[in-house]
Design a protein around this ligand. Structure first.
Ligand SMILES: Cc1cc2nc3c(=O)[nH]c(=O)nc-3n(C[C@H](O)[C@H](O)[C@H](O)COP(=O)(O)O)c2cc1C
Length: 231
């Protein structure tokens, strides 16, 4: 399917047919998901394909039984966990050495990333980081974040959301529809998949073939001139 056809066809479907989603379709969509741009390439996202029937039932309940979850043939939870930098950073450093990456790249991952991602026990470094950003920022443009675990979570969630978008577009391109759901009990969902803070849920996604009742109208968007501004 042409790229713009996929973009234009994608809608949030909340009712699905009984047709199951082939594993290959899911796999291809996960492959597309992890190609999304992500902060420092640290890939602090995880995609949880909830297949266990008991867990699936619970997940529907934790999505407040909404139809997009209840009717979905497959359910995926996209999580964001800043602490996963500890998993990916050594791999990136190893890879950078193997391909003899520029020194700046090695410096970035060996020095800057650990400095950025360490906020100390209970965020003890946060006030010092914020103060240093503030003072330096008085004299020159600097990055003001991340200073806290909350900032790091925000960055991880942005990346995870981009992964989620790639994922649903890939599903659409293969003839399957989806619905992203912020409407869920994050604490319970995290517990269900065995995670805890600082991990966050970025999205729960219901997937299936859209039924005739999947949509209640044409796609509504504000006109371009209201949302695109030239400054
Ligand atoms: C962050 C986010 C949270 C959402 N949460 C829900 C949700 O809990 N339940 C639901 O039915 N749809 C949810 N949606 C889908 C939106 O309602 C939908 O994208 C929007 O109405 C535009 O419709 P469209 O996707 O068909 O263009 C969510 C979408 C996003 C991006």
């Amino acid at each position: 399917m042409d790229f713009f056809d996929t973009i234009n066809k994608r809608r949030s479907s909340r009712k699905f047919t009984d047709k199951s989603v082939p594993d290959e379709v899911m796999k291809k969509s996960f492959e597309a998901a992890i190609k999304a741009p992500n902060s420092s390439n640290l890939q602090t996202w995880r995609f949880w394909w909830v297949r266990d029937l008991e867990k699936k039932k619970k997940l529907v309940e934790f999505c407040f039984n909404q139809s997009a979850a209840r009717e979905a043939k497959e359910l995926v939870v996209v999580t964001a966990d800043p602490d996963l930098w500890k998993v990916s950073n050594p791999e990136i450093i190893k890879y950078a050495k193997e391909i003899n990456a520029p020194r700046l790249v090695k410096f970035y991952y060996e020095k800057l990333i650990p400095m950025t991602y360490r906020v100390g026990w209970f965020g003890i470094f946060t006030p010092f980081k914020k103060l240093s950003f503030f003072i330096t920022g008085l004299f020159r443009p600097i990055t003001r974040r991340p200073g806290s675990m909350r900032d790091l979570q925000e960055i991880a969630i942005k990346s995870a959301a981009l992964g989620a978008e790639n994922f649903v577009l890939a599903l659409e391109a293969q003839g399957f529809s989806s619905c992203m759901m912020e409407g869920h009990d994050e604490t319970r969902v995290l517990k269900l998949i065995g995670l805890r803070s600082p991990a966050r849920t970025a999205m729960v996604i219901g997937i299936g073939e859209p039924s005739e009742r999947a949509l209640w109208g044409e796609q509504f968007r504000l006109p371009l001139e209201k949302v695109v501004k030239e400054v």
